[in-house]
Design a protein around this ligand. Structure first.
Ligand code: PMT
Length: 402
């Protein structure tokens, strides 16, 4: 199973004999479906060449904070944003000390400060260095800051000592990396998500639609699976692969999406309407292709059912989350929709900005509920979805408790 499908792992390699195991780790992470980019410290390059890790990862290796050429290609802030998780393996005693004291004196420590992604480290060092009170104090600081600690293992060491400080094997580290994405926040919860556009037929070859790619809804489905939910994804016409373990129902029109959604409510705790449903459809869809016989023509449109309003007023009403795609006064229009459609939570999406929203890989939103709001800055739709799922699950649980 590709537990790390679509995941972007920034692998930091620091100086230590276990650096050679980083080569194997890249392979194991890729086996799980991850894309890997490597950042090496100066010390790491004494143990293994950047060329080896570049060839294995298929991406240029980054090592210099002050290299203008590398910064122009993918700067350190961009790299920090790119990562879904930073894994430092091996993490030397020196690196742990620098990370714990918040230093930014090389590219790797700077990235660790700049990233919003989680950080995991796989310590590797001599057993006496590991046991030393300074290292143990640094370890505690890192644990307190939610850095995940992978290992170390116990056993014979390159220096001839026996004891704790061996870096875990690559296969184990890859498993532990995958576990970082499993939050269990929505264990036992059924989530239904709509995604993508709908197509409203004018004739057999023409339709009315919009620019939704489905990326946002599919990323939410993936994040919900990782959070332990069982997920039904009702997808309009999009060309995206179905995330593992997601039950997908393909539809074309708003009416079909409406029917599929109502049918899914028998087993639905949380509904998320991420689809860009066409508000109108042609009053009649003709059976044969319309010929170009006149200079102008008009198409009469009729309202489509409002799917999310139907969900929110259903007798089996789930916790109901909508999106609001707006081009101006985004938050205030979204608040209006929250009330009008009787939603529990709404995600306001500024679709006037081509860098985010429709068909882009990134998004930035404001989450709004009746007691507050929270802005989530630009991130990949995958990263953003994990944050959104946290907000949704918290709000859902508060709602259940009242
Ligand atoms: O698919 P992507 O390319 O990744 O782009 C993501 C997105 C911009 C499509 C998505 O994030 C988004 O904003 N989706 C909602 C788009 C939309 O239709 O917004 P709206 O403000 O028109 O609708 C408000 C809510 O009502 C939405 O939850 C919508 O799904 C729902 N709706 C709207 C009309 C309708 N007839 N039935 C509905 O259920």
């Amino acid at each position: 199973m590709q537990q790390l499908n679509n995941k972007q792992i920034l692998l930091g390699v620091t100086g230590g004999i276990a650096a050679y195991k980083a080569a194997e780790l890249i392979r194991r992470l890729q086996d799980f479906g991850a894309e890997v980019r490597v950042v090496m410290t100066k010390g790491a390059q004494e143990f293994i060449t950047p060329l080896t890790l570049q060839a294995l990862s298929g991406n240029p290796v980054h090592y210099d904070l002050l290299d203008t050429e590398a910064e122009a290609a993918m700067g350190h802030i961009e790299l920090a944003r790119w990562a879904d998780l930073v894994v430092v393996a091996p993490a030397s005693a020196d690196f742990m000390a620098r990370l714990a004291s918040g230093q930014a004196d090389d590219l790797l420590t700077t990235l660790c400060l700049a990233t919003d992604a989680g950080i995991a480290i796989a310590p590797a060092m001599n057993q006496a260095m590991w046991r030393d009170s300074s290292t143990q104090a640094n370890l505690q600081t890192l644990i307190d800051r939610q850095v995940a600690i992978f290992g170390p293992g116990d056993g014979s060491q390159a220096c001839g000592d026996i004891g704790p400080g061996r870096m875990l094997e690559a296969a184990t580290l890859a498993e532990m990396t995958a576990d970082q994405f499993q939050s269990r926040e929505l264990d036992g919860i059924s989530v239904v998500i709509t995604a993508g556009p709908t197509r409203e037929a004018i004739d057999p070859v023409r339709y009315i639609s919009n620019h939704s790619s489905g990326k946002m809804g599919f990323a939410l489905a993936q994040a919900a699976i990782e959070a332990g939910a069982s997920v039904t994804l009702i997808a309009g016409p999009v060309s995206l692969a179905t995330p593992d373990r997601v039950q997908r129902i393909d539809v074309e029109s708003a009416e079909q999406m409406h029917r599929a959604t109502l049918d899914s409510l028998a087993k639905c705790d949380i509904f998320i309407g991420a689809a860009a449903v066409a508000d109108y459809r042609p009053a009649t869809s003709v059976k044969q292709k319309i010929k170009k016989s006149v200079d102008t023509m008009s198409i009469e449109l009729v309202r489509n059912p409002d799917i999310i309003s139907a969900v929110a007023s259903h007798k089996q009403r789930p916790f109901t989350v909508g999106f609001a795609a707006e081009t101006q006064d985004v938050v205030s229009y979204a608040k209006g929709k929250l009330v009008k459609k009787n939603l529990d939570l709404i995600i306001a999406n500024d679709v006037s900005n081509a860098e985010i929203g429709f068909n882009s890989d990134n998004n930035a939103v404001t989450v709004i509920w009746n007691k507050g709001e929270k802005a989530l800055p630009t991130a990949s739709k995958q990263q953003l979805s994990r944050c959104l799922l946290k907000e949704i699950s918290q709000s859902y649980k508060e709602n259940q408790a009242t």
